[in-house]
Write a protein of this length. Structure first.
Length: 132
């Protein structure tokens, strides 16, 4: 009886060790993704295919606003301007200056590290787009 118990305990231990090794081998990718911000898709620039996605987005927004205007007209309300909904939100001068200072500081840090500086105006537009 004691021999059978010893065999069962040894078999369970070996099986658990094998399962643990497979789990460890399969989890390397998972641990590499920690902190990568997996809740949001990666940001894309407005070039190439991403611009087409933006154009599709604009067209969908246009359709939604037009549909809303139809409903507003049925209720006797004035329609909303479609282009105003598509326009980029206005950025106040203080925020623009703050982002410019941030980009300039980032460029000086990049120069110290031996990296090429970023185009200031393009980077300001990109960061403001991320904020709005």
């Amino acid at each position: 009886m004691e021999v059978a118990l010893l065999i069962v305990v040894a078999a369970v231990t070996v099986a658990c060790a094998v399962i643990a090794l497979f789990t460890l081998a399969g989890s390397a990718k998972t641990y590499g993704q920690i902190g990568a911000g997996g809740t949001q898709p990666p940001q894309r620039d407005r070039d190439g295919p991403a611009a087409a996605v933006g154009d599709e987005r604009d067209e969908e927004i246009r359709q939604l606003v037009e549909t809303r205007n139809v409903r507003r007209a049925r209720r006797g309300q004035a329609p909303l301007p479609v282009d105003a909904e598509l326009a980029a939100p206005a950025v106040d001068e203080a925020l623009h200056d703050e982002v410019r200072q941030l980009v300039l500081a980032s460029n000086s840090r990049r120069r110290r590290n031996g990296q090429a500086p970023l185009d200031v105006e393009r980077e300001i537009v990109r960061r403001l787009r991320e904020l709005t």
